[in-house]
Ligand binder design. Structure first.
Ligand SMILES: [Zn+2]
Length: 80
């Protein structure tokens, strides 16, 4: 895992399963960072944002919507 300056995302995962986090993540609450990790790990199973993807996130983290809302409110246009 490494922290790099991703321009448009909070985090990304490579096909090899490496997670890269935007340095801005370090300013987010831990609960939100947890959500970012779960989100990216779910992308290892689904490389898209289909209903199946969100079902997977929901299964691991039933209150993910709250954390997602925090990102939307505080993410200054960053997309995840
Ligand atoms: Zn995503």
């Amino acid at each position: 895992m490494k922290v790099i300056d991703l321009k448009h995302q909070w985090a990304s995962c490579t096909p090899g399963g490496n997670l890269n986090f935007h340095r801005k993540c370090m300013m987010a609450p831990l609960t939100v960072i947890d959500y970012i990790v779960v989100h990216e790990l779910a992308h290892l199973l689904y490389s898209n944002h289909t209903a199946a993807f969100w079902n997977q996130v929901d299964k691991v983290m039933p209150d993910f919507q709250e954390r997602k809302d925090w990102l939307r409110a505080n993410g200054a246009g960053m997309d995840l």
